[in-house]
Design a protein around this ligand. Structure first.
Ligand SMILES: [Cu+2]
Length: 530
């Protein structure tokens, strides 16, 4: 066992193509021939880690609106430092929304606008992005639309690396201390998540705790009869590592996260932790009935991919029946035995515990993990219960049916390692992100096909719109590509085609890699909707 762990760690250390090239002098194509199974390097915690499946699964509190009058739900969130007992007996300082990690969950109805007033009491500027939200540009959390903290009202001081290199953004809308974000939520019901999106520092800010869930519902979905109430579980999966004093470990070049962005080698391809948290708890356990449960899974990890499998202690594998994805319900359920999930992706899955004996356990494991990172969480089947839930054969009938022939534009983008300002970077089409450069201009209402080509793993996310996956390296999409996506997982060497329609709002948006370290090291581009 020990030897196997060592081998795995060596592989992790040279996981990215850049790492491979640096370590071996191989060309990108030679590196690709190795097809790294993981992109990133793993930190090792310096505190004793708890045994798995002891800590109860926390469910993030649902935030109460401060007002529901005038047809809008109004919320207030304070971003502040707090500490939490993530590992039993250990205090961990965090950056939080409302004092908790994950932040509080916001529950919304489709088409009912929500305004969230964020107050920044952290020591750095922040930006809030609602991932998957169909949001006007002014509230979409563009990375230079900073909310400055108290006493630090010079925006250019807080642009970090970017401003030093002349990357001033004249279009930035900077506010002091607070900002109201308005979300119309005129979109398909689904699990969204909000997180920090500050220029150059998104990865460490999410790592420190700036992430929360936002669920959108509607009557049609409520009427399907899916498992609900205590049998609907949001699961935010994220890996972290801990230093000897209980703090979150992160290899930031500037631990104050104020001036110099980026991470130390060998973490340039992504930062992985050796502790798997679900809803902020390490390898938790949850008691369930002999019934169907709806698991609303988000991979909120910076760089770690998972391949989830549900197994009983006697080795039986339970089906994961996928009913939804990033942008809501599928047309019809898709049954998986293994479910891959890349950073920022969401999968809505039904698992049926009715055939599992009371008193036994079902583990959710990650087939891509090794040693402790192979475990994710467990369910203890605690009691017999009746179940009147169902999984309809038809889940939705409103998915877009864009055809290739509808596209007025076909674009191609490569996502590759390269040089940025004399340092290692991650590039789109050979270029690192520049807020002042418009990379794509698309007309409102136009349908386009994009071909995305990867060197190593890159989960690619488009703001504003959902898309459908057309093909993977010339072959049909994979079973888990079904439905309407907003993040697609490119695997090493792969070319993925997507199709979308740029609907809803004009303005400046982004597309980027959601490996958060790649994103901070250049792998973003501007998408201007005109
Ligand atoms: Cu990437």
């Amino acid at each position: 066992m020990r030897e196997r762990g060592m081998t795995r760690r060596r592989m992790l250390g040279i996981g990215g193509a850049f790492g491979l090239m640096a370590a071996t002098g191989l060309s990108t194509s030679a590196a690709l021939a190795r097809r790294p199974s993981i992109t990133g390097a793993e930190l090792r915690s310096a505190v004793p880690l708890p045994p798995p499946f002891q800590v109860p699964l926390p469910i993030p509190a649902v935030l109460k609106p401060i007002s529901t009058s005038g047809g809008t739900d109004r919320y207030e969130i304070t971003q502040r430092e707090a500490s939490a007992e993530i590992l039993p007996g250990v205090r961990t300082p965090l950056w939080t929304y409302e004092g908790t990690f994950p932040g509080p969950t916001i529950e919304s109805r489709r088409g009912r606008p929500v305004t969230v007033s964020h107050r920044n009491e952290l020591p750095v500027p922040t930006v809030v992005h609602l991932h998957g939200g169909h949001t006007p540009a002014a509230s979409d959390g563009y990375p230079t639309d900073l909310v400055l903290p108290e006493g630090r009202h010079d925006a250019t001081m807080h642009m970090g690396h970017g401003s030093e290199h002349g990357m001033h953004d004249p279009r930035a809308v900077v506010t002091k201390l607070t900002r109201d974000y308005t979300f119309p939520l005129d979109q398909r019901p689904t699990l969204l998540w909000y997180h920090d999106h500050r220029m150059d520092f998104t990865a460490p800010a999410i790592w420190r705790g700036l992430a929360g869930l936002h669920i959108v519902r509607d009557d049609a979905e409520d009427d399907l009869g899916l498992p609900a109430g205590p049998r609907e579980l949001p699961l935010m999966i994220a890996d972290r590592a801990f230093t000897a004093d209980g703090s979150l470990d992160y290899p930031a070049l500037d631990p104050t996260l104020r001036e110099r962005p980026g991470v130390h080698e060998p973490y340039l391809a992504g930062v992985l932790g050796d502790v798997i948290l679900v809803n902020g708890a390490p390898w938790p356990v949850h008691e369930v009935d002999t019934a169907r449960y709806r698991l609303r899974i988000l991979n909120a990890s910076n760089a770690r991919h998972y391949e989830l499998e549900a197994v009983t202690d006697d080795g039986r594998r339970l089906d994961l029946v996928q009913i939804g994805t990033d942008q809501g319900l599928l047309a019809t359920p898709v049954t998986h035995r293994l479910l891959p999930i890349a950073p920022a992706e969401r999968y809505d899955v039904i698992i049926d515990f009715s055939g599992v004996p009371v008193g036994s356990r079902v583990r959710l494991i990650n087939r891509l993990g090794a040693g402790r990172t192979r475990d994710v969480m467990a369910f203890r089947v605690a009691r017999h219960a009746t179940d009147d839930s169902r999984i309809p054969r038809t889940l939705s009938t409103d998915l877009p049916t864009w055809r290739r022939s509808d596209a007025v534009e076909v674009r191609e983008f490569s996502f590759r390692a390269g040089q940025m300002r004399g340092d290692h970077g991650w590039l789109i089409g050979g270029l690192p992100f520049d807020p002042a450069r418009t990379d794509v201009t698309a007309r409102l209402g136009d349908i386009e096909v994009w071909r995305l080509i990867a060197d190593v793993h890159h989960p690619i996310h488009l703001h504003l719109v959902g898309f459908r996956v057309l093909s993977r390296s010339g072959r049909p999409p994979l079973p888990h590509d079904a439905g309407l996506k907003d993040t697609v997982s490119l695997r090493p060497g792969e070319a993925v085609e997507i199709i979308t329609r740029f609907d809803g709002y004009r303005g400046r948006y982004l597309f980027h890699c959601h490996n958060a370290e790649h994103e901070d090291m250049g792998m973003m581009a501007n998408l201007e909707i005109i």
